[in-house]
Design a protein around this ligand. Structure first.
Ligand code: NAD
Length: 425
């Protein structure tokens, strides 16, 4: 049976899974991918939908829906975060799982791709409700997960505490502490030093490589960042320390702008206290959508999917886009941005610092020996710089965009493993 078409009948620009498929289809054509291997790679290997009953604080029972998708495990255990958000859906989780397969292959860490999500609004849950939801969700995944099978991590609205509950629940069922079952845990509970900063620092390092590649200055660039969480906030902090001006930063509530550069440390302190940019004194409040079209050297979408689309791509004025978020640019927007000559570093390379250090965490948990933060950052930088050069080199050699260059590198590595292992068909 052939794989389902990459477009639904509306040619849906906003379905992340179809967007992923569109890029995979182009890649398959460029590298001459075997049609059988293509069919395997265009479909997730396993999907689980679970209902999660949770006893609420008022003693009522609510039932949430959760997912875990393993896209491909040819290169190693599935790896990928868990997202808690009201708009999680199965196609989003499928896309995120596939992007993890390509991402792990691009940075050449021995993992496949997976992702999980629970439909919920964590802002409206108490700590106790969040813990019970996490534990019940974890217990529903017991047949799928484990250090050798599928290793979750944090994503939007999940953090070190959620990972600690996840690890504890898994360990209780296995009757032994299994720190390598999940990454992004607190340091002191098998977490890696530097994991919290890894994705944001990785984004900043990729900005540095991109500026060098585009022969632009290494300080004083105007940078706009959408999203001020683990990825956007931390990337903004490192980039301002490198001497750039963060002229805009946003969260789900508001966007702030200052042409002279925002005080990022003050903003992060405000966020730590208030969990929102609202009320921050400093910078002008601008419309959320205007942040993306500001006149700047570098734009970092670091919030969520489908932010740069065929609607706003013609107005983008940045010279470089570094995708901190997963799937922030639609395939239709790619084409417009390419025609405008914008250099785009795709998500599966740009935000791969996180999974690289998650890999380090898994390694450290398995050997029971922990590295310094300097060791972690040095090894991460080496991996990211190598991957950047491989992706840009492939793009140049094949005369394609860096996005397709990254897909070519990733998909070829996965296809190699599938071929050499042989397909158990
Ligand atoms: P987070 O929950 O820490 O932060 C998300 C930020 O985006 C918050 O500031 C939130 O207010 C903002 N936001 C959400 N929706 C928005 C919208 N529609 N408009 C503007 N701002 C919005 O999440 P995170 O971990 O920083 O993840 C952000 C993105 O990066 C996601 O796409 C995630 O999959 C991806 N990512 C995260 C990691 C990681 O290690 N955390 C690794 C790789 C990729």
């Amino acid at each position: 049976m052939s794989a389902p078409a990459a477009h639904n009948e509306n040619g849906d620009e906003f379905n992340p899974y179809l967007q992923m498929r569109e890029r995979l289809d182009k890649t398959a054509e460029i590298i001459g991918l075997d049609p059988g291997i293509y069919r395997i790679l265009s479909t997730p290997a396993q999907e689980l939908t679970v209902t999660i009953p949770v006893r609420m604080d008022d003693d009522s029972l609510r039932v949430f829906t959760g997912y875990r998708v393993q896209h491909n495990v040819a290169r190693g255990p599935a790896k990928g975060g868990i997202r808690y958000a009201p708009n999680v859906d199965l196609d989003e989780v499928r896309a995120l799982a596939a992007w993890m397969t390509w991402k792990c292959a691009v940075v050449d860490v021995p993992f496949g791709g997976g992702k999980g999500g629970v439909i919920c609004d964590p802002k409206r849950l108490s700590t106790g409700e969040l813990e019970r939801l996490t534990r019940r969700y974890t217990s529903s995944l017991l047949d799928l997960i484990g250090p050798e099978r599928d290793v979750p991590a944090p994503d939007m609205n999940t953090d070190e505490q959620v990972m600690a509950w996840f690890m504890d629940t898994f360990s209780m069922h296995r009757r032994a502490t299994q720190t390598a079952a999940v990454t992004g845990k607190p340091v002191g509970l098998g977490g890696s030093r530097g994991r919290r900063e890894a994705t944001g620092l990785g984004v900043a390092l990729i900005v540095k490589e991109s500026l060098e590649h585009c022969q632009m200055p290494q300080t004083g660039c105007r940078i706009a960042v959408q999203g001020s969480g683990n990825v956007g906030g931390i990337a903004a902090k490192f980039l301002s320390e490198m001497g750039h001006k963060i002229i805009a930063l946003s969260d789900v509530d508001i966007a702030l702008y200052d042409e002279k550069g925002l005080d990022i440390q003050k903003i992060l302190d405000h966020l730590a206290q208030h969990h929102s940019l609202k009320g921050f004194k400093g910078g002008e409040v601008i419309a959320q959508e205007d942040l993306l079209t500001l006149d700047c050297e570098v734009l970092i979408p670091a919030a969520t999917e489908n932010q740069i689309t065929s609607m706003n791509a013609p107005d983008i004025r940045a010279s470089i886009i570094v995708e901190g978020a997963n799937g922030p640019t639609t395939a239709a927007a790619d084409q417009i941005l390419e025609e405008k000559g914008i250099f785009i570093v795709p998500d599966i390379l740009a935000n791969a610092g996180g999974v690289t250090v998650s890999y380090f965490e898994w390694v450290q948990d398995r050997i029971g020996y922990f590295w310094t933060k300097e060791d972690v950052f040095e090894r991460m930088e080496k991996i990211l710089v190598t991957a950047f050069k491989e992706v840009v080199g492939t793009a140049k050699a094949k005369n394609i965009s860096p996005r397709l260059g990254a897909y070519c590198v990733g998909v070829e590595r996965v296809a190699y493993c599938l071929n050499i292992r042989g397909v158990y068909a």
